[in-house]
Design a protein around this ligand. Structure first.
Ligand SMILES: Nc1ncnc2c1ncn2[C@@H]1O[C@H](COP(=O)(O)OP(=O)(O)OP(=O)(O)O)[C@@H](O)[C@H]1O
Length: 255
């Protein structure tokens, strides 16, 4: 059997601009893979292709052996791909618990009709989801703020809520977009430990886009590097970090 996620030769263009120029990569069950590269390299575009926000013009993306290119976003989410966003999409006036429960929507069986008819199994499912959400909040040290409106909380806490919202659906693969952005050093270290724990204890595979090299190198089993939409290196983080092409890509863009 192949890897959990298999991206093969994906091409995505916006008009004349080729955001993805044929990268291929895999993420195994329970594996943490860092996806790095200079600004504009195509990392978020690849996330958007995997999550179904963008449809690549060429190539294939298989999840658990199934082609997912062309599937609508909610079907991809229901198959077990969760995602956090760089610009947190949290509802500021709602409580932490409500925001996390909103993430469970796709995973809740029954759908709109069952909810509208208040069938007993829906009430049961909702109770179970609520309990799972509270457990998850405790796991991410958010138990004390479950009833607090999100808008009143500090940024580092919001990042953890965003993670909880993605995890409530029990994804087999979690796409995490720049989680360390805006965090202070201690929070980044804590986040790294949390990501490793999620992979180890929940068996969740993680594809992590991140500019904070310390975090990427410490949590990733493997690292893939994009530059101008192409995969320029892939493998052990310590080896990739010394790859001359990778070093040149970063220095070249910084200049
Ligand atoms: N919706 C869009 N319309 C047009 N061009 C886009 C769109 N999304 C991304 N691009 C372009 O595609 C290229 C890749 O962008 P992308 O956001 O995927 O890079 P990135 O590696 O995530 O960058 P960053 O690290 O800055 O977030 C860039 O040149 C970007 O301007």
């Amino acid at each position: 059997m192949g890897a959990l996620l298999e991206v093969h030769d994906v091409e995505l263009s916006f008009g004349g601009l080729r955001a993805l120029d044929g990268p291929s990569l895999t993420v195994g069950e329970g594996e943490v893979v860092g996806l790095i590269g200079p600004n504009g390299a195509g990392k978020t575009s690849l996330f958007n292709c995997i999550g179904g926000l963008y449809r690549p013009q060429h190539g294939s993306i298989r999840f658990a052996g199934r082609e997912i290119v062309g599937l609508p976003r909610h079907r991809i989410a229901a198959l077990g791909i969760g995602r956090t966003f760089q610009n947190l999409g949290l509802l500021a006036s709602r409580t932490v618990l409500d925001n996390v429960l909103a993430g469970a929507y796709h995973a809740t069986r029954g759908g709109w009709w069952a909810t509208a008819l208040a069938l007993p199994n829906v009430a049961r499912t909702e109770r179970a989801t609520r309990e799972r959400a509270l457990d998850l909040l405790a796991e991410l040290s958010l138990g004390d703020v479950a009833g607090v409106p999100v808008g009143t909380l500090p940024f580092g806490t919001l990042k953890r809520i965003e993670l909880a919202r993605a995890l409530i659906a029990n994804p087999r693969l979690l796409l995490v977009d720049e989680p360390a952005n805006g965090l202070v050093h201690g929070e980044v270290m804590e986040l790294g430990a949390t990501l490793r724990r999620l992979a180890a204890e929940r068996g969740a595979a993680i594809l992590l886009v991140e500019h904070h090299m310390g975090l990427v190198m410490s949590v990733s089993d493997r690292v893939a590097v994009l530059d101008f939409g192409r995969l320029i290196a892939e493998g052990d983080p310590r080896i990739v970090a010394r790859d001359p092409q990778v070093v040149a890509a970063y220095l070249g863009r910084a200049a």
